[in-house]
Every structure is written in structure tokens, then in C-alpha cells.
Design a protein around this ligand. Sequence first.
Ligand SMILES: N[C@@H](CCC(=O)N[C@@H](CS)C(=O)NCC(=O)O)C(=O)O
Length: 212
Amino acid sequence: MDFYYHPCSAPCRSVIMTAKALGVEMNMKLLKVMDGEQLKPEFVELNPQHCIPTLVDDGFSLWESRAILIYLVEKYGADDSLYPSDPQKKAVVNQRLYFDMGTLFQSFIDAIYPQIRSKEPADPVAMQKVDTAFGHLDTFLEDQEYVAGDCLTVADIALLASVSTFEVVDFDIAQYPNVARWYENAKEVTPGWEENWDGVQLIKKFIQDGNE
Ligand SMILES: N[C@@H](CCC(=O)N[C@@H](CS)C(=O)NCC(=O)O)C(=O)O
């Protein structure tokens, strides 16, 4: 199974952690998107949207990280704990995954990317959306250990990759006590956390080097 990735990408890191949790071995293929490698014809052939993460499993090509997480659990999971088959439990996991994609990680793209990439000053409206997203996550985590209930799911893994990426700008997660409690525990229990953290540190290094 080929996995096209870059360690700086939070969506790629969520797939790496999920594969580790499942004990799935992937043939890691680093794709330097900063150098435009995703536009090479051989990659566009695999993924016409030319984005990472992209998984190619025995000729079956799939992208969109959260779709990949679900595919991996459904195809390779020994049980359904990371992505429950019960319709209501699954629906909550899906809601959290869509929340991550459309709201929380989107707030990172809108508010933090411009600060990192173009050294733009923080946009107060975009930063307010970050606060709102973290506030919602904090509410989801009231009285529960994991984002979709009482056990670790792919929604925790996707959100762990996203939330940790905010640390590249030393975002103060402690402002959101339930998120902070969940984050500390998720770091402990999620296989592959160290690799995820290495990716976050790599982004930090790029930012520091760019500022020198
Ligand atoms: N929603 C997608 C986001 C994928 C994405 O934006 N990937 C970026 C890197 S993080 C990329 O491949 N950019 C290069 C391109 O789109 O050409 C996911 O979660 O997989």
C-alpha cells in the first residue's frame, strides 16, 4: 500500500497515526508539495486533485484524509472501535470529522496559514473563528474523555493532528480546559503521536529558518 505524504501536513499525519493504531504497514512516499511534486503527471494520474494525503491500495487510489481514515478502519480494523458501526455512534464520529474539516482545521487555514506563509499580521476576524472552533470543541468534551464518546476514534486522531498543528504558533490550548485535558490524554494513548509531533516541530523549524 503506497502512501503519498509530507510530514508537515496535518491530514497526512492523521493517516499515519491511524495506520499505526491499526498495525497497517504503508510504503511511505514523500511528496514535496512545496516543490510542486504533486503536479507531476504520474501523480496527477493517481489523484487528479493532486493533493496529499493519497493512499494507493492495490491499485485503488483514495484521497481526503478523513475518507482514508474510515477506509483503513473498515478494511483493516480488527474491530469497529476506531469507527463504530452503530449508526448513532458513527454519526457522532462523522459529525466530529466534518467539524474538524470544515470548522476547526479550516480556522487554522484561514487564520494561521497567512501568518506563517506571508508573514501577514493576525486577522482578528479569522482569529475569532479559531476561538469559536476551540470553544465548540471544548463544549463537545464536557464530561467525556474522547471527542465522540468514551473511546478513542478516528475523530480524536483527526482532531489531534489538527489541534497539535496550532502549536506551531504557540497557540494557548490551556484556554480551553476540556480540550487541554483531552489533548494530554490523546497524546498518551494515540499510537504514532511522536511522529505527529516531529511533523509539527518540522513546521516550526521552517518558520524559524524563514525568519532568520
Ligand atoms: N481536505 C484535504 C486537504 C488536503 C490538502 O490540502 N493537502 C495539501 C497539503 S496539506 C496539498 O496537497 N496541497 C497541494 C495541492 O493541493 O496541490 C484532506 O484532509 O486530505
